[in-house]
Design a protein around this ligand. Structure first.
Ligand SMILES: C[S@@+](CC[C@H](N)C(=O)[O-])C[C@H]1O[C@@H](n2cnc3c(N)ncnc32)[C@H](O)[C@@H]1O
Ligand code: SF4
Length: 462
């Protein structure tokens, strides 16, 4: 069979693949063509029909707190403005949802390796609410020894009492949405705390016993120059924190940022080649400062004994498509290969919990190639595909055949275009490939749809 390898799959052959192999990153994550939604009846049948699992598997739980005090200009995750009474009502329902979900034998059958409170703004909960929810989790859900429990936080409102409440509730990891230390750029994004507050809070957090502190940074923000970015990287290094994520800005349609740029009231952010340069600076600076690379976008800092406290369990296993039990209004999850979304609107969320039902808004049909999706998700997150592992996902499955040979023309084209290095054991992304990893993962999915293994469309295997 001859393959027509278009540049949307292979990238362009050019002298500077880091900046120009593809045109732009189109989304935050790669995705497979949808398997189609299940009907509401089927959805609840699948949820209720989950059987206890006896083979050990990595399980995660995600809690979505759908309130924010302000709507940051770049963000597409905003759902509701924080209001005391609404939050109190939500916490009542969420506690109920934890109790109800914890009654399922399937939920109890495997311990949770990571619990993540995200949003939205979990720091808009009161200390009492945080402790109450932490107690419900510890009482009703099975937690693995050494479970990673993350509290995603903003700096605003993260006072000492709230930090202590989180620790008392069982959280052992704070993930702070820092974005940039530059006070002027922060304020333009509706992030109000100035640099001095950020540095003081990070120092305070870094001193907490047994607690891991990590920050999210964004590169490519409007007004951000190379000097700003270098300064951000230098400041991260000066604090005592344990980990950092470096994210490329994606200007999402419908955000205030996209509207302001379109109107001309905000300067356009740096283009993709500029962001590629910032990525390179990030990789090189973190390495020069002695940080360990835990994934393509995440770093952990070794302590004086060379031990890296940051484990990155939740983030990596999410990318690897592990089971994820969702909780809270607007949470997404993964159940036995089905993507699940809980209600995003508060009223149906409350009504279903009150009726004793899991508040599911929608569920997709199961991914027929779950093992393959997981190996690709994990491999692209780490920048290296293990070819033996990849081959095993199809060898003994309904798909049949050798996926590595099947994809070799694409792998060789990536190598030829400076995006990867192929040897007998692995496909390893170059710096350029690391920057374009989401496009490449998506390209591999598209390739398998265009040229199905053994002539079968993915998903049609008997
Ligand atoms: C789901 S958001 C929630 C963060 C939390 N509510 C906060 O404000 O810090 C998690 C992280 O995604 C990143 N993020 C959000 N919008 C982004 C965008 N448009 N482009 C790149 N990264 C983005 C930010 O670094 C953010 O901290
Ligand atoms: S970045 Fe965080 S606080 Fe800001 S709107 Fe998005 S979810 Fe809310």
């Amino acid at each position: 069979m001859t393959f027509q390898l278009d540049t949307d799959l292979t990238g362009h052959h050019c002298p500077d693949p880091l900046r120009h192999a593809f045109v732009a990153k189109t989304s935050a994550h790669a995705g497979r063509g949808s398997n189609g939604p299940l009907s509401p009846e089927e959805t609840h049948r699948v949820w209720r029909g989950q059987q206890p699992v006896t083979t050990p598997e990595t399980r995660l739980a995600y809690f979505h707190i759908p309130f924010c005090k302000t709507h940051c200009s770049y963000c597409g995750f905003f759902q509701n403005t924080s209001k005391e009474q609404e939050i109190a009502r939500f916490v009542d329902s969420l506690e109920q949802e934890i109790i109800q979900t914890g009654q399922m034998a399937w939920v109890q059958s495997q311990p949770l390796s990571a619990v993540y409170f995200g949003g939205g703004t979990p720091t808009d909960l009161t200390p009492e609410q945080i402790i109450r929810l932490g107690d419900a989790i510890k009482k009703h859900l099975p937690l693995a020894d050494g479970v990673e429990m993350t509290f995603e936080s903003r700096f605003t409102g993260l006072d000492d009492t709230k930090i202590q409440a989180c620790i008392e509730a069982g959280f052992n990891r704070f993930s702070l949405g820092l974005q940039t230390f530059d006070t002027f750029i922060r304020r333009k994004m509706s992030r109000i705390d100035p640099q001095e507050v950020l540095l003081e809070r990070l120092e305070h957090l870094a001193k907490q016993q047994g607690v891991t502190t990590v920050v999210d940074m964004i590169f490519g923000l409007p007004w951000q120059t190379e000097e700003h970015w270098l300064k951000d990287l230098e400041l991260i290094n000066q604090t005592g924190i344990h980990g950092a994520d470096l994210y490329q800005l994606i200007v999402m349609g419908q955000t205030r940022m996209a509207q302001s740029i379109a109107k001309g009231s905000m300067p356009a952010p740096g283009d993709t080649p500029f962001k590629a340069g910032l990525y390179q600076m990030g990789v090189e600076t973190m390495q020069a400062n002695g940080w360990d690379r835990l994934s393509l976008s995440h770093w952990g800092r070794p302590d004086a004994e060379g031990k890296v406290r940051e484990r990155n369990i939740y983030n990596h296993h999410t990318k690897a498509g592990c089971e994820m039990i969702p909780f809270g209004c607007g949470a997404g999850g993964k159940v036995n290969g089905h993507s699940v979304m809980l209600h995003r609107a508060l009223e149906p969320y409350h009504a279903m919990v009150a009726a004793g039902q899991k508040p599911i808004m929608g569920m997709m049909a199961a991914d027929p190639q779950l093992a393959l999706s997981r190996v690709l998700g994990a491999g692209f997150d780490l920048g290296r595909l293990d070819l033996a592992q990849l081959a095993a996902t199809t060898m003994n499955s309904d798909m049949g055949g050798d996926i590595v040979s099947h994809c070799r023309p694409l792998f060789e084209a990536w190598q030829n275009n400076g995006l990867a290095v192929l040897d007998d054991n692995s496909l390893t992304l170059t710096l350029a490939g690391q920057f374009w990893n989401v496009n490449m993962n998506q390209a591999l999915n598209n390739y398998l749809e265009r040229y199905p293994l053994n002539g079968q469309q993915p998903g049609q295997a008997a």
